[in-house]
Design a protein around this ligand. Structure first.
Ligand SMILES: [Zn+2]
Length: 442
């Protein structure tokens, strides 16, 4: 089990080094070629090439500060002796702000100190120039003020300092990783390499129940897709609406939870008094959103909403029969919605939203029953490789999206092509697919 430290101060988490290294490499290879990077670098005279060179210096500096170069006498590393970092710390006042602190000294007067940071959702560095009076010893800080916007709890930040003295020596510190946790609550935690569940109200058995639900759903997803997670999923359980709202700059009072798939984090209002059946539905649902985001994540392709919401519901413990029955009714009554209309948002009308969710689930169940062996895995693999969804479906399932939709409509008991001028009537009795035992109790 990974050692997750949630106290004040931040720590490199060795189990995640592979992810960290990839993040850093991707950042330096990609971000500075992007226009957004140009914006974030406004005011800094260095070119992207110089930034990349600095990244290499950063690596060298890491080796130095970690003691890999005890002699320190090879060319180009003398600056590590000319400028020395005495401490790098952070003060977490979530949700109001995060203060980065640096103490450094140098043989010559330190004249410039910059903080470079970005959060895990962005590849663009923000640069902050710290003001101070030049001198050989400096204790400086910079506060990232988050009091005026919403920052997801436990989001990760990456930062380093660049220190220069008046002789032109420069020291770039090793990249630091920070988890901006909500430390206002006495979190308890259960964790394994895939999953971290944190709660602060309720006993151990409450946390274990949520963890077990999440773990079972995750195991099922991994088995059925052949995929695994790149970063662990964090489930944060807030005990009430007020606590949940307290870290949002604004949130509608009907929101019961959120998933942040790109961060691997879901925040939920779930207390020990919550209905167990709600927990058994909502936890696997949110886990599925994050799991599928990670497994199909591609810069070149996307996953339609009907698949995303369909799979999220598929892993709920409450079963599928009610939603499938409503989908069959919709087919009989000519209320089917084309899948192309379910690729983005589901709208605001409660009735429309309801049928959109039902049909999404039915399309996923249809896919899994029609292509029980390898279809889903092949679909994911092709989307991962960057193929657009229609092309991926053609390769993985052997049908176009139009052919898939026609077969799904027939499976539901509707005419195979939409007929806007006539009320479609089923030509045979609709037979409900049997509920899957695995989805009734994931
Ligand atoms: Zn959902």
């Amino acid at each position: 089990m990974p050692k997750i430290i949630t106290g004040r101060g931040f720590h490199l988490i060795s189990e995640r080094e592979r992810w960290d290294i990839r993040q850093v490499l991707i950042f330096f290879l990609v971000s500075c070629t992007m226009a957004a990077c140009g914006n974030s670098l406004a005011g800094d005279r260095r070119t992207p090439q110089e930034e990349a060179a600095e990244a290499l210096q950063s690596t060298a500096a890491a080796a130095r500060t970690q003691g890999d170069d005890p002699a320190g006498d090879e060319p180009g590393v003398n600056q590590s002796k000319a400028i020395r970092v005495l401490s790098m710390t952070e003060e977490n006042n979530y949700p109001d702000g995060l203060t980065f602190k640096l103490v450094a000294e140098a043989n010559k007067a330190i004249t410039k100190i910059n903080l470079y940071y970005h959060d895990q959702s962005s590849e663009s560095l923000t640069i902050e120039s710290v003001e101070f009076i030049p001198g050989t010893r400096q204790a400086v800080s910079y506060t990232w003020d988050t009091s005026r916007f919403t920052v997801t709890p436990s989001i990760k930040l990456f930062y380093h300092w660049v220190i220069e003295d008046d002789s032109g020596q420069r020291l770039t510190t090793v990249e630091q990783e920070v988890s901006y946790d909500d430390l206002r609550y006495p979190w308890q935690e259960l964790a394994d390499p895939d999953l971290i569940v944190r709660w602060y109200e309720g006993d151990q058995s409450f946390g274990e129940n949520v963890f077990r639900r999440a773990r079972q759903a995750l195991d099922q997803m991994k088995a059925e897709t052949g995929q695994s997670l790149e970063i662990p999923i964090i489930v944060l359980l807030y005990a009430n609406v007020a606590d949940f709202a307290s870290w949002h700059f604004f949130v509608q009072d009907w929101v019961g939870g959120q998933a942040f798939p790109s961060l691997g984090i879901t925040t939920q209002i779930i207390s020990p008094r919550a209905d167990p059946s709600w927990i058994a539905d909502v936890i696997p649902h949110e886990i599925a959103h994050i799991f599928f985001f990670q497994t199909i994540s591609s810069a070149l392709s996307s996953w339609p909403s009907w698949l995303d919401e369909g799979f999220a519901q598929y892993y709920e413990a409450g079963g599928q029969s009610a939603a499938l029955s409503r989908s069959n009714s919709a087919a009989r009554e000519g209320r089917l919605v084309p899948l192309t209309h379910l690729s983005g948002g589901f709208g605001r009308d409660p009735e429309q939203v309801g049928i959109a969710y039902d049909l999404s689930l039915s399309a996923v169940v249809f896919m899994l029953e029609t292509w029980p062996e390898g279809g889903l895995q092949a679909l994911i693999e092709n989307v991962r490789q960057g193929k657009n969804f229609n092309a991926a479906m053609k390769i993985a399932l052997g049908v176009s999206i139009e052919e898939f939709e026609a077969a799904w409509r027939t499976w539901l008991g509707a005419p195979s092509t939409p007929s806007p001028s006539a009320t479609p009537r089923p030509t045979f009795e609709v037979i409900l697919p049997p509920a899957r035992a695995t989805t009734a109790s994931p």
